[in-house]
Each structure stands twice: as C-alpha cells, then as structure tokens.
Design a protein. Structure first.
Length: 167
C-alpha cells in the first residue's frame, strides 16, 4: 500500500513513527528515511536509530531557506533516494518522512518518487510518505491519504518549540 500523511498541521512525522512501531510490533521489517532533517536533533531520531540501526537514515541539511542552498540539498536528497532504493527490496515497509516537502522544493523529482512507488508496488512493500502539500497525482495514486489540519498551535501564541513535542 501507498500511505500519505500530509497537511499543514502537526503530526505527520509522529504518524510515520507510529506506523513504524505498529509494523515492527507485527514483526515486519521497516526502513525509515528522513529528508531535510538533520540527524540527532529530535527524540524520535534517537529511538528510531536504536530500533532500526542502519535502517534509519537522516542525512539532511535542514529545511531549504535560500536558493544558494539548493545544490547541497539536492545532493543530500539524492542520497536519501539512493538509500531508499537499496532498502525497498529488503523491507516490508519503507517510510520517507518529508518526502513531499522535498518534492515540492524540487529536491526530488516526480519521476524519482514514481519509481519508488512502482518498486514498492512491485515488491509488496508498504511505502509511507509525509510532508505538506501532497500533489493531486500522488493523492490519486495512494491507497490511504490522511490530512493533518492545524486548528490551533502554541507557536502562534509565542510559545517556542518544546522538547518532546516538536523535537
């Protein structure tokens, strides 16, 4: 199955982590890759590395904020795509967190994501993708799409990101 967690609300990564835990609990093999996110910044990364070892990968440079950062971010995103292609044949579930952000920023190409989707379908591997702004073609292709909608966020009231909540 192809599963997509999208929307402007908080919880997309958390849903991906929960999906990984659920699959592991059923003795499925899981690989979890993160686009954009730097390793060792968030609590889930520590736990995922502990649970998944080499099947967790987060080589990101942070979020793309300036055009001059594009070449480095594209190169890092290509590493995640390569890693994903190597793992997709060996696991029951591949999770690619922030893949949709990478797609909308042109850090990964539509064709690269379509290739991963085809590999997943051809190998009976569940593929979980997250990020804001799922394009319509992906919504149409996916088997399950969940949209997280922000109703209220403490950041807008001036409360900074909290350990264990945002990271």
């Amino acid at each position: 199955m192809i599963l997509v967690n999208t929307g402007n609300g908080k919880g997309k990564t958390t849903a991906c982590v929960g999906q990984a835990i659920r699959a592991l609990g059923q003795e499925h093999s899981v690989a979890f890759g993160q686009f954009m996110k730097r390793d060792n910044q968030a609590g889930e990364q520590y736990m995922l590395r502990k649970l998944l070892g080499e099947f967790f990968y987060a080589p990101g440079d942070g979020f793309l904020t300036k055009p001059e950062q594009y070449p480095a971010h594209r190169a890092t995103s290509e590493k995640v795509i390569w890693w994903a292609k190597e793992r997709i044949l060996d696991v029951d579930m591949l999770i690619l967190d922030e893949a949709l952000y990478a797609l909308s920023s042109d850090l990964i190409k539509k064709e690269e994501l379509e290739e991963l989707i085809a590999l997943a379908r051809n190998n009976d591997t569940h593929l979980v993708l997250s990020g804001r702004g799922a394009p319509q073609w992906l919504i149409d292709e996916a088997d399950l799409v969940t949209e997280m909608t922000e109703i209220k966020h403490h950041y807008k009231a001036g409360i900074p990101a909290q350990k264990g909540i945002e990271f």
